[in-house]
Design a protein around this ligand. Structure first.
Ligand code: HEC
Length: 112
């Protein structure tokens, strides 16, 4: 009788290890996770310049995804270059695709 409780307690961490291990063993994060990370990166990093007038508007411009990727990796003048340690290739690619697909902003034309 006394033994049942400790035994169960010993199994719980083992179960956690097994579950944790199977999550880590997945080859790549799901594309939804990558997309979410990409959009967070835009909101937290790119938007600080690109939605504040420091850099030009980069959404709704019908620019190709590869252009965003190239700009982010190389930088230009006041635009900093981002390394793989800042944003990995898969996330940057997802970011480029996300920005390339942003719809043209009606307000842009109306302002002029
Ligand atoms: C520190 C401010 C800053 C941050 C952060 C930043 N940019 Fe920029 N970006 C700029 C500036 C300034 C320019 C204009 C560069 C120039 O003088 O040509 C620019 C230009 C660009 C252009 C070219 C736009 C055009 O019309 O030619 C793209 C694309 C771009 N940035 C993408 C990004 C992306 C994607 C991110 C996030 C990963 C990002 N930028 C983060 C400041 C920033």
């Amino acid at each position: 009788m006394d033994r049942r409780l400790p035994r169960g307690h010993r199994l719980l961490p083992l179960l956690g290890l097994l579950l944790g291990g199977s999550v880590l063993a997945q080859p790549a994060p799901s594309s939804m996770e990558t997309q979410a990370r990409a959009q967070r990166f835009y909101a937290q990093v790119c938007a600080r310049c690109h939605e504040t007038g420091i850099g030009p508007v980069i959404t709704g411009r019908n620019l190709p995804a590869a252009f965003y990727v190239a700009m982010a990796r190389s930088g230009r003048n006041a635009m900093p270059a981002f390394r793989v340690s800042d944003i990995d290739d898969a996330t940057l690619q997802a970011l480029g695709e996300y920005l390339a697909a942003t719809p043209a902003q009606a307000a842009q034309g109306a302002k002029q």
